[in-house]
Design a protein around this ligand. Structure first.
Ligand SMILES: Cc1cc2nc3c(=O)[nH]c(=O)nc-3n(C[C@H](O)[C@H](O)[C@H](O)COP(=O)(O)OP(=O)(O)OC[C@H]3O[C@@H](n4cnc5c(N)ncnc54)[C@H](O)[C@@H]3O)c2cc1C
Length: 494
């Protein structure tokens, strides 16, 4: 339900329709490839107010709101922003989203809220993503860096959250709001999951993630790092330590391998290693990369294999590391590419080259085991496969060689089987994804909930946020049921 009824609009719909579309201000490609800073130029308050006034306030429920996986009340936020009531708009976003400052930066808005905007079909959608970002950045500035998370009356229940990515952090925020004592365990030395150990700074500055984590710490959420559940301790150990429920938000972080000759040559990297060693400060690198040093990319020829957002991030990272040539090799055509068009456009603007219908078949090394070239084959498209996309078929005799010093494999992610294998009663599917009720995150093991990429496979930040929040509500209900069974009085809802 929208908070603001459309009858209370400060100006009428006709006046709104003549306000022109705001082309998002971006830094010049020549300038932005020289650093890892954000490519967007922040909106001014006047620009934000004018852009928000373009919202024509569709009847409730508005399509933008329905297209948003956390159902942000976007029309009401637009109504507040156009009047300059930025803090109220930020507070409204925080009612439905646990990390609006992050989703506003990384969501594929063109297929979610902005894709739903009726103005898309005419002069262009209201730039709701940039406006969400504007008000949440404004809020943090005004509040001196800390955004208070409301904390519920203590319930006496302890909940363990496994994984400090968007699913785990959002679940923790919601559990804390309901008064539970929350501890997050993560295998890595720092929080954020792929927000820190995947998505590069030029899309999502790490400070933005760490600021949100600090909000949670301030609200009393505890963090235990360098602890891999299933290895250092099990889910059963957590229950034995006194936790009453567990949320698993461990993502799907295992790089899919490419089974071609030469994939073990020096210079062939999985996307995760490439992005961590290029984008993450060494002091928070996971143990497996400690001592390896920053990647040397300057002057080298880089080939990125894959067609998703990860591939675009690796291309744009390579450009910023001053590679001599940066080429994306993808086995289908541009129309079948899974990655967002926005990221691809920016990669092209920044100098990355795309080769479609091309598949590597062999990585070729020198006598010392260093990559020097890639043998590729040209592809054509056949009938659709089980994914619905047309199947790529190699064209016989079309093989050719491309020189390369570095290959980055960005061909997808698999789940990690560790937790499934060490947790009795926890059902998994597809090599380790956790079976859940999608509405509640409930697993086959009582008291254990899961969500985000660990349950769905690789998806989006906002869907992980939504899953973490849904699971927190279900965990709260479960704990209330436990209290009832044990004869304790019910805790008040937040
Ligand atoms: C390079 C890249 C770019 C992306 N770009 C975008 C984008 O622009 N927009 C978008 O919406 N999405 C993007 N995504 C997808 C998005 O990042 C994920 O869908 C999202 O982070 C999933 O959240 P999660 O919390 O489920 O898992 P994750 O973010 O993967 O977090 C899981 C956490 O669990 C920890 N963990 C794993 N196993 C254990 C264990 N056994 N014990 C303890 N801790 C454990 C990990 O260390 C990690 O911190 C991108 C992904 C990648 C790889």
């Amino acid at each position: 339900m929208q908070k603001v009824p459309s009858e209370t609009l400060p100006i009428n719909r006709k006046e709104r329709l003549i306000i022109p579309y705001l082309e998002l201000p971006l830094r010049d490609p020549e300038e932005r490839i020289c650093d890892f800073d954000d490519i967007h130029i922040p909106l001014t308050p006047e620009e934000a107010q004018r852009e928000a006034s373009r919202c024509i306030h569709c009847p409730d429920p508005a399509p933008c709101m329905q297209a948003c996986p956390v159902n942000n009340d976007i029309p009401s936020a637009m109504w507040l922003i156009e009047q300059g009531r930025f803090l109220e708009a930020a507070a409204l976003y925080r009612e439905t989203s646990s990390m609006p400052e992050i989703c506003s930066r990384v969501c594929p808005h063109e297929v979610l809220c902005q894709g739903g905007c009726v103005r898309s079909a005419y002069d262009g959608p209201v730039q709701t993503g940039m406006l969400e970002r504007f008000v949440t950045d404004y809020e943090r500035r005004v509040k001196g860096g800390l955004v208070e998370v409301p904390v519920g009356e203590p319930t006496g229940h302890k909940v363990a959250v496994v994984g400090a990515g968007p699913a785990g952090l959002s679940c923790a925020e919601q559990l804390r709001q309901r008064g539970h004592d929350v501890t997050i365990f993560d295998a890595k030395p720092a929080p954020g999951g792929l927000l820190v150990y995947g998505i590069p700074n030029f899309k999502l500055p790490k400070d933005v993630v760490f600021a949100r984590v600090d909000d949670l710490k301030h609200a009393g959420v505890k963090f235990v790092f360098n602890t891999k559940i299933g290895v250092d301790k099990t889910i059963d150990d957590l229950f034995n330590e006194g936790f009453d429920a567990v949320f698993i938000g461990v993502g799907a972080n295992v790089d899919a391998p490419m089974k071609v000759e030469g994939n073990d040559l020096n210079g062939v990297y999985p996307a995760t290693e490439f992005l961590v060693r290029a984008n993450v400060p060494p002091e928070i690198w996971p143990q497996e990369y400690q001592g390896k040093g920053k990647l040397e990319v300057e002057g080298k020829k880089v080939i990125v294999v894959g067609g998703g957002d990860t591939a675009a991030d690796c291309l744009r990272t390579s450009v910023r590391l001053k590679a001599a040539e940066v080429t994306c090799v993808y086995r289908r055509s541009e129309a079948e590419m899974p990655g967002g068009e926005k990221d691809r456009t920016w990669a092209k603007e920044e100098g990355a080259r795309y080769m479609f219908l091309t598949q590597p078949v062999k990585f070729i090394g020198d006598e010392e085991g260093n990559l020097k070239a890639v043998e590729c084959v040209k592809m054509k498209l056949g009938e659709p496969d089980e994914s619905g996309r047309r199947r790529p078929i190699p064209i016989e005799g079309s093989n050719f060689i491309m020189e390369a010093d570095i290959v980055v494999l960005a061909i997808g992610y698999w789940p990690d089987e560790t937790i499934g294998k060490t947790t009795p009663g926890l059902k998994t599917y597809n090599w380790g994804l956790i079976v859940t009720d999608p509405e509640t995150g409930e697993t086959t093991r009582p008291g254990v909930y899961a969500g985000g990429d660990a349950a769905t496979g690789p998806d989006l930040v906002v869907t992980a946020v939504a899953a973490g929040r849904r699971a927190a509500a279900a965990i709260h209900d479960y704990l209330l049921r436990l209290d009832k069974e044990e004869g304790k009085s019910e805790q008040p809802a937040p």
